[in-house]
Design a protein around this ligand. Structure first.
Ligand code: NOJ
Length: 575
C-alpha cells in the first residue's frame, strides 16, 4: 500500500542566494531562516566513523552531508566535538578552540562547514559555557596555584564547612547525583578548598561574575563565527548565573525539583544580561547567525524570556518533549507554547528526542507518566506507530522543529546495553534518572546486514554495540520503501517546504466537535490551507475528510467524504 506517501515532491536545492555562510550575507537573503527551520541534531560520536576506530568523526559527518541535504533539513546542529577528556561525552571541554583528535582537526571542521554551506545546509555548533573540563588550562592552573590564585576566581572555589572544612560549602546536589562540590588538595597535599560542579566532578562550573570568563566566551563566539558557523546551541543556558551567596536549598531529592521550581543555580534573572551581550555579537555578523537556548525552566513562559528580541533566537521546548501521547495534554502544551512565544515574537520550537532522553519511539511504547528516561523497550510496534504519528504532528506545527539523528529511521532506544558498555557519567554517579542516556546514543545504521551497518568500515567496531535488529532499520533498507519511516520523513520535509501554510506561523485553529482523543487543526494562509488530524486513541475513528490527503503516518482511506483514521495515526491534508 503506497497511497499514504502521495503528493510528496522531492526537496529542491536552494537557490544560490539563499545558501548560508558567505552567500547568506547577500541582500536577497530572506529574513528569519530560523523561524521555520528543521534542524537536525548530529551526535558526532554516533553518526559516521571514517577511520574505523569505532567513534564517529567530522570527516564521517562530512561524507554524509548529501544524505541530510536530500532528507530535506535546513540546518545541522553538532553536539560538542571540542578537545575533551570525554568525561561527559564532550560536554566537558578542555579547549574551546580545538577539535578533539578523535573527531579530527580544525581543517576537518572548516571543510565540513564549507561543504554544508555548499549544499545549502546551515551549521550550528554546541557551546558549553556553564562549565569547562577539569583538564582546561585555567582549572589546572587554579588547582596548581592553590587558594588565593586569581585563576580560582574564574570558578567557584570555597572553603568547606565544619571544623576542618570537611563539609561541602552548601547543600546543592549534582544533576548527575551526589554532592555538587568536590574537595581539592592543596599544592602541599593537605585537604583544601571545594569547587562547584553542577554536573560531574570533571565539569567545574565557571564563575560568570568574573570578567575574564565573560571576555573569554565573547572571544570564543567570535572564533567560531569567523569559522563560518551559523549559530550556537547553548548548553545549560539557564545555569551560568548562581544566586548571590550560593544559598542552601534545604531538603533532599533536589533533582525532583528540577524543571518545576526556580533553583538558586538555574534560571536566575542575571543570566539574561549575558545573552543581550551575545546577541550584539551575533548581529555584527552577516547571514543571521543564531543562538539557541538549552534552558530547562519551570514554564514555557519563563523559557520565552530567553528569546526576547534582544536575546537569543530560539529555545528548546522541553515541555513539549516531556508530554505524553495524550490528546488533551498535547493540545494544551501546543497552545501554551504558542501563547508564550507570541508576545516576544520568537518562533515556537518543537522537539521529541535528543541525546539526553529516551527516544520517542521507546517512550511512546511504554505506559504514559514514566518520564523521559526509560530502560524498558515496551511494545515496539505501538511505539513506532505513535512515533511516526507524533513526528508528523510535530512537523505540522508552526515554528521550527528539531530532529535527532536516527529518529527519521524510527530507531528505538537500546534498553539492554550491558553495564560494561555504558559511558554516561549519570549512570556511574547514580542520578535519579538512572543515567540511561547511552540508550539513545548508539551509532546509527546506514547499510548492510552486519554491525556496524555502514557506521564505520566493514568489520569495524562501534563505541556502543548496535542491536542485530537494526539491519532492517538502516538507511539503505528503508530507502525506496514507501512505507518506511525514512521515506515518510523525506516526504514530510518536502511537503513542509512546498506547502504555503506549513512552517513559520504563530497559531493553529483547532477543529472541535471530533471524538475524544482526536486532535485536528487547520492552518490557513492566503496562498492555501492545510489541516492535520491525529487519532491518539486505540481504535480507528471515522471523521469527515477535511480535504485531500497529502501524507499520513499509516494508511488512511477516504470514502464518500469521510476518512477512517487508524489508531495512532496522523494525516496531513491540503484543504
Ligand atoms: C546538557 C547536555 O545536553 C548534556 O548531554 C550534558 O550532560 C549536560 N548539559 C552538561 O553539559
Amino acid at each position: 500500500m503506497t497511497q499514504y506517501l502521495t503528493d510528496a515532491s522531492r526537496p529542491v536545492a536552494p537557490a544560490a542566494d539563499t545558501a548560508p555562510g558567505a552567500a547568506a550575507a547577500s541582500a536577497a537573503e530572506p529574513r528569519g531562516w530560523w523561524r521555520d527551520a528543521v534542524i537536525y541534531q548530529v551526535y558526532p560520536r554516533s553518526f559516521a566513523d571514517s577511520d574505523g576506530d569505532g567513534m564517529g568523526d567530522l570527516p564521517g559527518i562530512r561524507s554524509r552531508l548529501p544524505y541530510l541535504r536530500a532528507l530535506g533539513v535546513d540546518a545541522v546542529w553538532l553536539s560538542p566535538f571540542y578537545a575533551s577528556p570525554q568525561a561527559d561525552a564532550g560536554y566537558d571541554v578542555a579547549d574551546y578552540r580545538a577539535i578533539d583528535p578523535m573527531f579530527g582537526d580544525l581543517h576537518d571542521a572548516d571543510a565540513l562547514i564549507r561543504d554544508a554551506h555548499g549544499l545549502g545546509l546551515r551549521v550550528i555548533v554546541d557551546l558549553v559555557p556553564n562549565h569547562s573540563s577539569d583538564q582546561h588550562e585555567w582549572f589546572k592552573r587554579a588547582l596548581r596555584e592553590g587558594p588565593g590564585s586569581p585563576l580560582r576566581e574564574r570558578y567557584h572555589f570555597r572553603p568547606g564547612k565544619g571544623e576542618d572544612g570537611e563539609l561541602p560549602p552548601n547543600d546543592w546536589e549534582s544533576i548527575f547525583g551526589g554532592p555538587a562540590w568536590t574537595r581539592t588538595n592543596n599544592p602541599d597535599g593537605t585537604p583544601g578548598e571545594w569547587y562547584l560542579h553542577l554536573f560531574a566532578p570533571q565539569q567545574p562550573d565557571f564563575n560568570w561574575e568574573n570578567r575574564a570568563v565573560a571576555d573569554e566566551f565573547r572571544s570564543i563566539l567570535r572564533f567560531w563565527l569567523d569559522m563560518g558557523v551559523d549559530g550556537f546551541r547553548i548548553d545549560v543556558a539557564h545555569g551560568m548565573v548562581k544566586a548571590a551567596g550560593l544559598p542552601d536549598i534545604g531538603g533532599h531529592d533536589q533533582l525532583k525539583l528540577l524543571g518545576h521550581d526556580v533553583m538558586p543555580f538555574f534560571d536566575q534573572d542575571g543570566v539574561h544580561a549575558i545573552y543581550r551581550e551575545w546577541r550584539k555579537i551575533l548581529d555584527e555578523y552577516p547571514g543571521e547567525r543564531i543562538g539557541v537556548a538549552e534552558a530547562w525552566t519551570p514554564t514555557v513562559a519563563r523559557t520565552a524570556n530567553y528569546v526576547r528580541p534582544d536575546e537569543l533566537h530560539q529555545a528548546f521546548n522541553f515541555q513539549y518533549l516531556g508530554t505524553d501521547w495524550d490528546a488533551a495534554a498535547l493540545r494544551e502544551v501546543i497552545d501554551v507554547s504558542l501563547d508564550a512565544m507570541r508576545p516576544v515574537g520568537a518562533p515556537a520550537t518543537w522537539v521529541l528526542s535528543n541525546h539526553d532522553v529516551t527516544r520517542h519511539a521507546t517512550r511512546f511504547a511504554n505506559d504514559p507518566g514514566l518520564g523521559t528516561q526509560l530502560r524498558t523497550p515496551g511494545d515496539r510496534a505501538l511505539g513506532l506507530r505513535r512515533a511516526r504519528a507524533a513526528s508528523l504532528l510535530m512537523l505540522a506545527l508552526p515554528g521550527s522543529a528539531y530532529v535527532y539523528q536516527g529518529e527519521e529511521l524510527g530507531l528505538p532506544d537500546v534498553t539492554d546495553l550491558p553495564d560494561e558498555a555504558r559511558q554516561d557519567p549519570a549512570f556511574f554517579r547514580g542520578a535519579g534518572q538512572d543515567g540511561f542516556r547511552d540508550g539513545c546514543r548508539v551509532p546509527i545504521p546506514w547499510s548492510g546486514t552486519e554491525a556496524p551497518y555502514g557506521f564505520g568500515p566493514e568489520g569495524g567496531a562501534s563505541w556502543l554495540p548496535q542491536p542485530a535488529e537494526w539491519a532492517e532499520l538502516s538507511v539503505e533498507a528503508q530507502t525506496g520503501d514507501p512505507n518506511s519511516t525514512l521515506e515518510m520523513y523525506r516526504s514530510a520535509l518536502a511537503v513542509r517546504r512546498e506547502h504555503p501554510a506549513l512552517g513559520a506561523g504563530t497559531a493553529v485553529t483547532w477543529v472541535d466537535g471530533l471524538p475524544e482523543g482526536v486532535l485536528a487543526f487547520r492552518r490557513d494562509t492566503a496562498e492555501g490551507s492545510f489541516a492535520c488530524t491525529v487519532n491518539l486513541t486505540a481504535e480507528a475513528v471515522r471523521i469527515p475528510a477535511p480535504g485531500r490527503v497529502l501524507l499520513s503516518s499509516a494508511p488512511a482511506e477516504v470514502v464518500d467524504g469521510a476518512v477512517e483514521l487508524p489508531s495512532d495515526c496522523t494525516v496531513w491534508w491540503a484543504v
